[in-house]
Design a protein around this ligand. Structure first.
Ligand SMILES: [Cu+2]
Length: 389
């Protein structure tokens, strides 16, 4: 059967959802949803992580009854709010397709799938240097049509614009309706693995997502050895927290002094996976002046994936990040020790801020769409027309 879908739904706060057949896999088609941030006026330099955060709520698809959807790709662009013309990619700090932060409960979410899935808060993080994610062919993230999502974005401006400009972030996400797929995709779940650096601070974090923190252990604060510790980045002082050992504070956002520096971090919580499984996709989040980020298996000594960053020539920014994508995958182990190794080469004469996060996608091997029983009530009247923002 070959069919073409087209729908257009108007949501609140500048959100448009359109769908049309764009990508064909065999005889199946995908739907596309477009989401827009609010308009930002840019008239000055706005550094990394110092832009105004924006969140837009939306649903992927309006269905009479809840149904299974499979998310496969994400794209983000910064566009002129009036002409829709694309702006330079260095104006994007980051954006996420995620469940709403304020009320996401991982346990409750996965209970919707009979506890056979292991999804976390985010589906995609798109950043300067990689504004597209396409999961490997035949792989996708299972979600439900009646779930609310958040398109979160931050726009920055490494250079002062000649004239003030009005811009928006535009997110485009593709998904399939399960009922249109003769063959089930292989399910993936996301984890964010952030490199933490010992920092000189006694601040305590209180608003953290899983990749931003290790375990917040009780204990007496002891400063990290001075030669190892960095200044925490001021924009993320509230995310400084204690290392699992209780011996020092650490942060996923820190300052790199001039020169070339290597940072190593043993993942305190491992990979946060419930079983041994395979990894099929990985993408990076690095800041300008980064060279590479590597995930290593300390138990076997094996390098799992080493990604690289190419910096822009004309301004502090990232031109391109490499990513890992493989249908065959790499075997990963719940009980192995893993390490992140990151290199920054700060070629300026002042400190620059840094992050190093690897977003990884694992096979959710216990999820079986044929066993999924959607016992959810149908969406209440009007659901999907307007969602909280
Ligand atoms: Cu960052």
């Amino acid at each position: 059967m070959i069919s073409v879908a087209f729908f257009k739904l108007q949501f609140s706060k500048g959100l448009i959802v359109t769908g049309i057949s764009l990508l064909w896999i065999g005889v199946s088609y995908c739907d596309t949803v477009e989401v827009f941030s609010k308009t930002h006026r840019i008239d000055r330099v706005i550094k990394s992580m110092e832009g105004e955060p924006d969140d837009e709520s939306f649903r992927l698809f309006k269905a009479e009854k809840p149904e299974l959807l499979w998310v496969t790709t994400g794209n983000v662009q910064v566009i002129d709010a009036n002409t829709q013309i694309s702006k330079p990619a260095e104006m994007l700090c980051h954006s996420h397709l995620m469940f709403p932060f304020a009320n996401f409960d991982q346990r409750k979410h996965n209970a919707l799938f009979g506890n056979t899935t292991n999804l976390d808060l985010k589906l995609f993080t798109l950043v300067q240097g990689q504004t597209d994610i396409e999961l490997p062919k035949g792989f996708a993230i299972p979600v439900l049509s009646n779930e609310t999502f958040s398109f979160s974005s931050m726009i920055i401006s490494p250079q002062k614009p000649q004239d003030p400009m009005e811009v928006k972030a535009k997110g485009t996400f593709e998904f399939y309706r399960d009922k249109d797929l003769p063959v089930a995709p292989k399910p993936l779940f996301w984890r964010g693995l952030a490199l933490m650096v010992p920092v000189k601070s006694s601040m305590t974090g209180d608003h953290c997502t899983s990749e931003m923190t290790g375990v917040s252990a009780e204990g007496t604060y002891m400063p990290a050895p001075t030669e190892l510790s960095a200044e925490p980045a001021k924009a993320s002082m509230n995310l400084v927290h204690e290392h699992q050992s209780g011996k020092y504070k650490e942060s996923y956002h820190w300052m790199v002094p001039p020169g070339r520096h290597e940072y190593r971090y043993t993942l305190e919580n491992g990979l946060m996976i419930p079983f041994d499984t395979t990894m099929h996709y990985a993408n990076l989040h690095l800041h300008p002046y980064a060279e590479s980020l590597e995930l290593r298996d300390l138990t076997t000594g094996q390098s799992i994936y080493k990604g690289y960053s190419k910096n822009l020539d004309h301004v502090a920014g990232i031109a391109q990040l490499t990513y890992y994508s493989d249908e065959k995958g790499i075997q990963m182990h719940k009980d192995h020790l893993y390490e992140l190794v990151c290199v920054y080469n700060n070629t300026t004469d002042r400190e620059v801020d840094a992050m190093a996060i690897m977003f990884v996608y694992f096979l959710d091997k216990n999820f079986d769409r044929d066993q999924l029983k959607l016992s959810l009530p149908a969406s209440p009247k009007g659901a999907g027309q307007k969602t909280a923002t």
